[in-house]
Ligand binder design. Structure first.
Ligand code: DX5
Ligand code: ZN
Length: 223
């Protein structure tokens, strides 16, 4: 299972150094949490295209950047993040009015596309689009901030998507990646890996003031 750090809990005045520490530990996928102060529960604002552009310039072309859009106007503004240099746009199914149109527009731009579901959103909301998705993200916290507790009830949804993706692949279809995001730590990373997750977003479990990124990564990998 791949680890994709979320930078939400990083000291934003040291973002370049934090990213470099992760990359030095072999991380090659960074998860960028974009919040617009409107769509998420606690009206958090994180960062926009300008910071994403700086991150791309800092990490270079070989680090994979996904962009988790927790914003009300993703259908209008996703292009700004592609122009800022992200490799994958992940949009909330709950926040878009025409998923087919958005998925095909993003794909036509040459960028990878994913859809994300909140914990309370049913699998069936995203299954129809699965064959067109490079990634599906199952939230295991309610979006809005780092450091929340893992919601184990998402196990069933993860297993449903794992089965659907495996069936799709065995029929020669797209190798959609399965991602989980929220509350993943050293104590539960191996568990979600056993459920069939391909990529786990880890924020406060990786970037915190208790231990270094290197120590946190080795603890996670040692389980
Ligand atoms: C929450 C974000 C997550 C979060 C993960 O809205 O989408 O990516 O930053 O942070 P942890 O791992 O601390 O739950
Ligand atoms: Zn996220």
């Amino acid at each position: 299972m791949q680890i994709a750090p979320s930078i939400l809990t990083a000291d934003f005045t040291r973002l370049g150094e934090v990213l470099q520490e992760a990359i030095d530990e072999g991380i090659d996928w960074i998860h960028l949490d974009v919040m617009d102060g409107n769509w998420v529960i606690n009206e958090t604002i994180t960062f926009g295209p300008a910071v994403v552009r700086s991150i791309r310039e800092r990490v270079g072309p070989d680090i994979f950047l996904d962009c988790h859009l927790m914003i009300t106007n993703a259908e209008r503004t996703w292009k700004q993040y592609v122009e800022a240099g992200v490799d994958l746009i992940i949009a909330h199914i709950e926040a878009i009015s025409d998923p087919w149109n958005l998925v095909s527009e993003i794909r036509r731009s040459g960028t990878m596309v994913g859809l994300v579901l909140n914990p309370e959103t049913e699998t069936e909301m995203v299954l129809p689009y699965l064959s067109e998705l490079d990634l599906v993200l199952v939230m295991s916290v309610v979006p809005g901030k780092g450091g929340q507790s893992f919601m184990p009830e998402v196990e069933e949804k993860i297993r449903d998507f794992r089965a659907a993706i495996d069936e799709q692949i065995s029929a020669g279809g797209r190798r959609t990646k399965l991602m989980i995001d929220g509350g993943i730590k050293a104590h539960n990373a191996a568990m979600v890996a056993s459920w069939g997750v391909d990529v786990a977003v880890i924020g406060s479990g990786l970037i915190n003031d208790r231990a270094s990124i290197a120590e946190n990564i080795s603890e996670i990998r040692s389980k």
